[in-house]
Design a protein around this ligand. Structure first.
Ligand code: PGA
Length: 251
């Protein structure tokens, strides 16, 4: 049985106080979701301290949304994997399309971030996904394969065993357009096949692959019903506790 995961990506939303309230709301409802569904909240760096105790008490894991590509030193404005891990975060989202698009993240930067995250015991939630023009040109399989080969294939089998993958078609993020459940299943199965080429079928079969992109209470059940979809990375809907919980109930 693969792990089932619903992870929130709060992005750059909420003040720390509002984030603490949101976490409280999620924690209060957590007992209503199936016991085998893991909840993760991907919060801004500034919020980790404010949510970690309540999250730990409720059995909710905390994730950062990024980390620096250097260990420490003169990198004004950056936050290291060590800082994040020392606050008690267990995960870090890496390679989100917004980071690739607006902050020039490349596979090269991501490889450095991955290595530092693993050194600190953080498990990466690695995001892959194609843009609209790439989907329309039928290149989505090639794009996703490249994003995996250039980063995930550099991991050791032990590191790979801790990784979570999120497939997020860029055209579905924050747009209200979701991939159909069939489109999600097709590419999730493809991702698993690519992972199996490097790490073997058994390891690939254990890897949680989450879907992200306008996932909501109304469409989660259909998407999560697909064999190779192991949960979701949720942006907008994770900012409303009841919606986030409703998605986790969709399994
Ligand atoms: P969305 O974002 O759910 O708001 O589309 C998902 C994501 O970017 O992780």
């Amino acid at each position: 049985m693969r792990r089932k995961i619903v992870a929130g990506n709060w992005k750059m939303n909420t003040t720390p106080a509002e984030g603490a309230e949101l976490l409280k709301g999620v924690a209060a409802l957590k007992s209503t979701i199936p016991a085998d569904v893991e909840l993760i909240v991907g919060v801004p760096f500034t919020h980790i301290c404010c949510v970690k105790d309540a999250a730990a008490a409720a059995g909710i894991a905390v994730s950062a949304q990024n980390c620096a590509d250097h260990e420490s030193g003169a990198y004004t404005g950056e936050v290291s994997a060590k800082m994040i891990a020392s606050l008690g975060a267990k995960y870090v989202i890496l390679g989100h399309s917004e980071r690739r698009e607006y902050y020039g993240e490349t596979s090269q930067t991501l490889n450095k971030k991955m290595a530092l995250a693993y050194e600190q015991g953080l498990a990466p939630i690695y995001c892959v996904g194609e843009k609209l023009d790439e989907r329309e040109a039928g290149k989505h399989f090639d794009v996703v394969r490249r994003q995996i080969e250039e980063v995930v294939f550099h991991l050791t089998p032990e590191q790979f065993g801790k990784m979570v993958i999120a497939y997020e078609p860029v055209w579905a993020i924050g747009t209200g357009k979701t991939a159909t459940a069939e489109q999600a299943q097709e590419i999730h199965a493809f991702i698993r096949k690519v992972l199996a080429e490097k790490f073997g079928a058994a390891a690939a079969d254990q890897t949680p692959i989450l879907y992200g992109g306008s996932c909501k209470p109304g469409n989660a059940a259909e998407i999560f019903s697909k064999t190779d979809v192991d949960g979701g990375l949720i942006g907008g809907a994770s900012l409303v506790a009841a919606d986030f919980i409703a998605i986790a109930k969709a399994f």
